[in-house]
Write a protein of this length. Structure first.
Length: 417
């Protein structure tokens, strides 16, 4: 059996486990068989050695929340104004796009992701084309089929459409499906309940946007504010809807959405009781740092969430509210702006926590025996201080050199060795 060995000056197997001059051994099916100090292999072994030189091998970076289908939008709407103005711009833009536009946009997003070292993505599919567009891309992905409808009498049709999309998707070792009811202000309680039930029955991850804005809190507390006007403007307001009079997390819990380890995206505004509920339900939170900053939200409660033991992953959200699809850029942004986060915590959020959120916690997120060989490799400049390698990377040292998914080099800035 041919084995591949990737060697580099540094291998950061997981937070706190830095190896110098180390080798990652990979078996044929793309699993890591061992990690050890580098020494030449015995000559009788069929081994392909790839020496990355002055580089660091990291566990593959995980983008736990993206909308690759919006990769071509690139913030054409300019600054956000208010959240609802941004939403309206987004809806207007989407209406101009054809199916082909969405397909191309997803593929562009996949390439941008791979070239930024991302190996696994949790991608929201609103247009229903992401599964098809990503099927042949060598990026590992969970495609969350999204549903949106605030009208309870449309719930059956939405659910039937969702089932069709799930059936159509041929999952494989790099493609899994999930479901995503969009948000508490855009999905009827009935649809939320039924999608949650479907997710449990099919064993699928559920991801939903939660507690993203102050407007959402007001809408659920009293049924008033910008989001009420937004729905009225779209002719989507439901006269029979009664505000639950509670924050978003307990509201979704009451609809059965938290009965599985759901992915709660954003959670920019959470009270202590909501955080305790997220923890008790073993749900994950995805924090999208630069998208959060784009909208000018209050400081994110990420420190408190980590201290409580909640699994917090990182996402880029879409290029409609971000400058790049790079998780490394998110990590560097956090390093600059969140002095209350340790380097190891930032790495963990970008790797293992994302893998856990997307249900790959046992096989991804770390470089260890038995895990899939998904790796992000960065070229390092000369003069790196041996003792603080990760903090120097977060300060800006290192460029994308290669992205490895399941043992295969799927992107490299060099001709593939
Ligand atoms: Zn989103």
């Amino acid at each position: 059996m041919i084995r591949t060995v990737h060697i580099a000056r540094y291998v950061l197997a997981e937070a706190g486990m830095l190896h110098r001059n180390a080798a990652v051994h990979i078996s044929d099916p793309g699993r890591i068989t061992r990690l050890e100090p580098w020494q030449s292999p015995p000559p009788n072994l069929q081994t392909k050695v790839i020496d990355w030189g002055s580089a660091i091998i990291l566990p593959g970076l995980v983008n736990a929340h993206s909308h690759l289908e919006l990769s071509r939008w690139k913030r054409r709407a300019g600054g956000p104004g208010t959240f609802t103005v941004w939403l309206q711009d987004l809806i207007g833009e989407r209406r101009k796009w054809s199916r082909e536009d969405f397909l191309e946009s997803v593929r562009e997003g996949a390439l941008l992701s791979l070239s930024a070292g991302t190996t696994l993505v949790g991608d929201i599919s609103t247009a229903g084309v992401s599964g098809e567009a990503l099927k042949t891309e060598k990026l590992r992905k969970v495609v969350f089929e999204e549903v949106l409808s605030f009208a309870p009498d449309q719930a059956d049709d939405c659910l039937a459409g969702l089932r069709r999309r799930l059936q159509r998707t041929e999952c494989d070792s790099l493609l899994n499906s999930g479901v995503s009811p969009h948000a508490p202000y855009s999905v009827s309680p009935r649809l939320y309940r039924e999608v949650a039930e479907l997710a449990r029955a099919m064993g699928l991850r559920l991801a939903t946007h939660v507690a993203e804005s102050r407007e959402e809190l007001e809408f659920l507390a009293r049924g008033t504010g910008d989001l009420r006007s937004f729905l009225t403007g779209l002719d989507a307001w439901q006269a029979g809807w009664v505000a639950p009079g509670m924050p978003p997390v307990p509201y979704l819990d009451g609809l059965g959405c938290l009965e599985q380890p759901a992915i709660l995206v954003h959670c920019n505004y959470l009270d202590e009781d909501s955080m305790a509920l997220v923890l008790s339900r073993s749900c994950s939170i995805v924090y999208c740092p630069r998208s959060h900053a784009f909208f000018g939200h209050d400081p994110h409660p990420v420190r408190r969430l980590l201290d409580m033991g909640i699994n917090v992953a990182i996402g880029t959200d879409s290029l409609a509210s971000n400058d790049s699809l790079s998780i490394l850029d998110e990590m560097r942004f956090l390093f600059r702006t969140r002095k209350d986060l340790k380097c190891d915590e930032i790495l963990r959020m970008a790797t293992l926590n994302g893998a856990v959120a997307l249900d790959f916690g046992n096989v991804l997120g770390r470089l260890r025996r038995g895990c899939w060989a998904d790796m992000t490799i960065l070229r390092l400049p000369d003069g790196i201080n041996d003792r603080h390698v990760l903090s120097q990377v977060l300060e800006g040292a290192g460029e994308y050199l290669a992205t490895v998914v399941q043992g295969e080099i799927v992107w490299s800035s060099l001709p593939v060795p």
